[in-house]
Design a protein around this ligand. Structure first.
Ligand code: PGA
Length: 237
């Protein structure tokens, strides 16, 4: 079995570079992608060249008069390899639509970043319908390299994880829709995200069959994070 891909989404944490540096040095394992806030990326990249750094968002524009935006080229320049796109918090709070996310994926791929595209239903009952709509409106068959993160909204930041059984079904469904969009089987890694913790992490890998995890809150606690890595077989790598 291939090592799982573990992505730490620090969101808008921690508050100082000193804390970020401390957390980063503790989470710097092979197979882990750390996604800190933009302002820490450059300095963290200098601590360890070739670290697996990711951003939490980027602009769909390349350059110009876009106050407050950060381009994919800038992210490359500070050592990013990945970028999280379409996170539900951005959809909910910053009105990001599927069209916008699709443009961001295109710009990121053009600049050599691997997009980690978040997909997930609001309502568990309408799960498949919502997931299919999101995938079809966001993913284009021309996209060459992607990571998909299945993140059901009810599980994000709530402490109420999705059951491994439902997550497994969703993963298989996502794979099916992707094969349809690309008209062939595609092997993009599919991650689970939403209230991952020390107790449930291994279930999403070993029972549900996900290729990795997108971890928010538990990635801010280096002891819990190290414990999760151990449970999914990434210890000492
Ligand atoms: P959580 O966040 O692990 O705190 O639920 C996951 C995410 O939002 O990516």
């Amino acid at each position: 079995m291939k090592d799982p891909l573990i992505v730490a989404n620090w969101k808008m944490n921690p508050s100082s570079f000193r804390e970020a540096e401390d957390l980063f040095t503790k989470e710097d394992y092979e197979g882990v992608v750390v996604c800190p806030p933009f302002v820490f990326l450059d300095r963290l990249n200098k601590i360890k060249k070739n670290a697996n750094l990711g951003a939490q968002n980027c602009s769909l524009k390349e350059e110009g008069s876009f106050t407050g935006e950060i381009s994919p080229t800038m992210l490359k320049d500070v050592g990013c390899k990945y970028v999280i796109l379409g996170h539900s918090e951005r959809k909910k709070m910053f009105n990001e639509t599927s069209d916008i996310v699709k443009e961001k994926i295109k710009s990121s791929l053009n600049k050599g970043l691997v997009p980690i595209v978040c997909i997930g239903e609001i309502d568990n009952k309408e799960g498949e319908k919502e997931i299919e709509e999101q995938l079809r409106s966001t993913i284009d068959s021309s996209f060459k390299e992607l990571v998909i993160a299945y993140e059901p909204l009810f599980a994000i930041g709530t402490g109420i994880p999705c059951s491994p059984d439902v997550a497994k079904k969703r993963k298989e469904f996502i794979k099916k829709i992707l094969s349809d969009i690309f008209d062939k089987n595609v092997n993009f890694p599919i991650l689970y995200g939403g209230s991952v913790n020390l107790e449930n992490a291994k279930d999403y890998i070993f029972l549900s069959g996900f290729e990795g995890l997108l971890i928010g809150k538990s990635s801010l606690d280096s002891k819990e994070f190290a414990g999760i890595l151990k449970k999914v077989g990434l210890e000492d790598k």
